[in-house]
Write a protein that binds this ligand. Structure first.
Ligand code: COA
Length: 164
């Protein structure tokens, strides 16, 4: 499998992130399931890049193609993480490598982070299994979304080995 590297998102990633986010699987997994307009996306993306409490990392293969993103939102006692892969690379076994690598990048940039959380629809089996594989555990849910947590101090993240 090609090596994957991580860098902070930049404005030139807007089109790729827009395509991944508007994909039907991705929309079904999101809090807002409606289609997003390009203008609305650019406005959101620009403010996300400028937000000191938000980090977006882009996973890049060695041929420079971007294959996914992870977003981190700093909260009072944790950082909430979400992931979105390019539809063309889903189901190929790289999700755990991308999530683990982005978390490592975030922890390097934010060494004080003690806990990570994730909010996942219970029907999103691939995402549930992905986060559990890295050591996240379910805290509870409201019927629509389940909340997961990983205490980095108490239980270090499990390793992620690609399946291919
Ligand atoms: C969620 C996402 C990152 C997962 O990546 P992926 O490449 O599709 O996932 P994988 O194929 O690696 O599957 C992850 C795990 O779920 C399992 N899985 C996937 N689909 C499944 C299904 N329908 N039923 C049962 N298990 C399933 C896989 O076997 C794998 O388990 P394993 O690691 O124990 O073998 C990707 O689907 C995506 O970007 N989805 C859209 C956005 C999204 O849902 N983000 C998550 C919100 S937090």
């Amino acid at each position: 499998m090609a090596e994957i590297e991580f860098r902070r998102a930049r404005l030139s990633d807007a089109a790729a992130v827009f395509e991944w986010r508007n994909d039907s699987t991705s929309r079904a997994a999101s809090v807002s399931t409606g289609e997003i307009s390009w203008a609305g996306h650019v406005e959101w993306f620009e403010s996300a890049l400028a937000d000191p409490l938000r980090e977006i990392y882009i996973a890049v293969e060695s041929d420079s193609s971007a294959v996914g993103m992870c977003r981190f939102d700093e909260r009072t006692d944790a950082a909430e993480v979400s992931i979105n892969l390019a539809p063309s690379v889903r189901g190929k076994g790289i999700a755990s490598v991308v999530l683990r690598g982005a978390i490592d990048a975030y922890r390097e940039d934010h060494p004080g982070t003690g806990r990570l959380t994730a909010v996942i629809r219970p029907s999103n089996t691939a995402s549930v299994r992905l986060f559990e594989r890295l050591g996240f555990t379910r805290l509870g849910g409201d019927g629509e979304f389940d909340r997961y947590s990983c205490d980095l101090a108490e239980s270090p993240l499990r390793g992620a080995s690609p399946k291919i």
